[in-house]
Design a protein around this ligand. Sequence first.
Ligand code: PLP
Length: 399
Amino acid sequence: MKNPPRGRLFFANPGPTNIPDSILRAMQHATVDFMSEDFLEIYDACTEGLKRVLGTKQHLFYYTGSGHAAWEASLVNLFSAGDKLLIVESGYFSDHWAKMAQGLGLATEQVRADWRRSVDLAAVRAALAADTAHSIKGMCVVHNETATGATLPLAEFRKALDETGHPALFLVDTISSLGSIEFRMDDWGIDCAVGGSQKGLMLTTGLSFTGASEKAMAAHKASTLPKHYFNWTLMLERRHKSFIGTVPISFFYGLKEALRLIEEETLPGVWARHHRLAEATRRAVRHWSGNNGPALFTTNPARLSDSVTAVMMPEGHDAEAVRRTAYERFRVSLGGGLGPLGGKVFRIGHLGDLNEPMILGTLAAVEMSLAANSVPHAAGGINEAMRFLAETQPAAKAA
Ligand code: PLP
């Protein structure tokens, strides 16, 4: 953009997200030997800290690559050609995990869902119960579907596996939930948790990881899909128990600071802050939806996401025009609609390093952009968000 308005860009995409200054500074670190004792001390502390955020005492493997790298690692380490996966449809990201599985030579069965309503657990239970031969080797669930703004109840999916006595591995994409929405890998019996650096962890893009259970490690030993850079067995032979190549040290200086910030706030405090800012956003959108205005994309109230809100435009109005105005005139970057939702939906990211004035600034810019594009809406959504934030307190920090 030529001559952008002055002032800081308000980054309200649902990932990557804002990076706190202290993390930016921590990542600006001179090169050190990744085998040096000084670095290994930081590295090991990061691994322990990230395991606490994941809620696991089991295994953790890192990759230099975005979330897609960890998706691929989860599949090639656990399965063999022709193995069948049950993919729970949530939206664009579950579709793309399925496409990747197919590209790697795996068979997929999808539990279909209405993207707005979000999947019916009875359909998941039925698919598992129908598989009496246990030909399904893994069930893949995206915890928080970033394209639609829906969060899936992972404990219920675990229950579906247990109640049907199905032995499939439970794989979960926690890319836009970890560090924002409650996630408990071991408590919820998750065998492989896929995560990335650039959302709730408030880091730059390019570090991803998988938590792996003991059951996953046993399946890994039998898996024959080709792998090398992602191979967990090769990783375990190395001092870092990860990384077949050079260790990207700057990520770990950043991760150390991110973990310090998260643990200072406490995980329940982080989850509560996200819930409150998400609720303020939803109140604004619900208000706008009057007068045939834009509405919450997710229509299932139990599934509304605390890290991203997808907003469905009224028929005949272009979400991209609203996004363009927000960006060019008000310097607020919003997320666009993905796949079939292109032009129909815009997304407000409210995760990571975010506080009340930041979300209010974003909501004000959205409301002004709706008006500037003559999109019908009930004016004053921003007032609803302000009222809610004024009347509620940020969560008290847990001891
Ligand atoms: N899964 C989810 C839920 C995501 O939100 C994203 C990216 O936004 C991905 C997977 C893909 O991750 P990446 O873009 O880091 O490769």
